[in-house]
Design a protein around this ligand. Structure first.
Ligand code: SF4
Length: 330
């Protein structure tokens, strides 16, 4: 592990100086991903800024919805009564991730920023454009069973590993950010993570020194509460990352689908919205045949790699099952 400077801040007043251009500073809160990456020499910050003392851990109603503080833990968020009642998809997704111990430490902001679990990213003996830009991608022609089937580039075929963001995407969440100068801006969760392109070292559209302050869930997403489901398919029942995950949210009028959200995890460098599936669902009546047809549409433009074509059939089946569970169709 390389030497680094540790700074604990109690207010945001010094953040502009601590994260100024040229600095390779990293924020730390729960530390459940960053510390592992530093020990493995994958992350090499010269300064670690401990933000765990900042007042950003509240979960509270705000005009337009519910605000989840960036420093609220995943456990607190999943178990919050308003989240459970109005946004149960988020509770399911959080509880599908990691382990109880990790969720007790991991924060909402950190969850969004967790890095890929591509094996080659962690192996510093192998080329990896995400870890060391310009060195190549060992996974492109290597063992790429867990890698992307959508949106990948020749520079990187990694997937985003989180569960929480898939549900947030389906719920149209907004990420509230604080710039180093104190100004704030909002980014729809759909625009928070990015595809790899030719700069896979950048997982998100965060700018230098920006801090996640909160994640906001809109009131309108509570209409999905009675008809949502999170399905995660993985190699073992817990403490494993998704081969495929599906976040489904439906708004029903009688037995007709008024709004549909289908977001896939484990298939791309960011949560992947199955827009073709949603388009086939809206305006239709709930039934199993429709769900199968709509599930197939999600993969029309898939580009599997040598070892991960299985994700297409697995994904179709996972979407169908998640839709049936969400719609309460036997
Ligand atoms: Fe690195 Fe991305 Fe290639 Fe994995 S897929 S080796 S993270 S560049």
């Amino acid at each position: 592990m390389r030497p680094f400077e540790y700074v604990r801040v109690g207010s945001t007043s010094s953040l502009a100086d601590l994260t100024a251009g040229g600095s390779n500073a990293k924020f730390i809160a729960g530390g459940t991903n960053l510390l592992d990456l530093m020990k493995e020499d994958v992350e090499r910050p010269d300064r670690v800024i401990d933000i765990s003392g900042l007042p950003m851990n509240k979960i509270q109603r705000v005009p337009g919805g519910l605000s989840l503080g960036a420093l609220a833990t995943n456990t607190e968020t999943a178990n919050h009564p308003v989240v459970r009642e109005n946004y149960p998809l988020l509770t399911q997704a959080i509880l599908a991730g990691a382990s109880g111990q990790l969720r007790n430490m991991a924060t909402n902001g950190g969850n969004l920023l967790q890095r890929t679990r591509c094996n080659y990213f962690y192996d510093t003996a192998m080329p990896c454009n995400k870890r060391d830009p310009g060195t190549g991608c060992a996974a492109r022609d290597g063992l790429n069973k867990i890698h992307a089937i959508f949106g990948w580039s020749e520079s990187c075929v990694a997937t985003y590993p989180g569960d929480m963001a898939n549900a947030l995407h389906a719920l149209d969440a907004i990420v509230r950010l604080r710039k180093p100068d104190g100004d704030q801006r909002q980014v729809p969760i759909a625009e928070f993570h990015r595809l790899p392109g030719d700069a896979p070292q950048q997982d998100t559209n965060l700018e230098q020194g920006e801090l996640i302050v909160a994640i906001e869930l809109p009131v309108a997403a509570a209409a999905f509460a009675g008809r949502s489901y999170y399905l995660k398919v993985r190699d073992r029942a817990s403490y494993a990352f998704a081969m495929i995950a599906v976040a489904v949210a439906l708004e029903i009028d009688g037995d007709t689908i008024r709004r549909a959200r289908v977001v896939l995890g484990g298939v791309a460098h960011k949560p992947w919205r199955a827009a073709e599936t949603e388009a086939l669902l809206v305006g239709q009546r709930l039934n199993a045949e429709l769900f199968q047809r709509a599930s197939s549409a999600a993969f029309l433009n898939a580009r599997p790699l040598e070892h991960n074509a299985y994700k297409i059939e697995l994904g179709q089946r996972a979407i169908t099952r998640a839709l049936m569970r969400a719609a309460h169709v036997a």
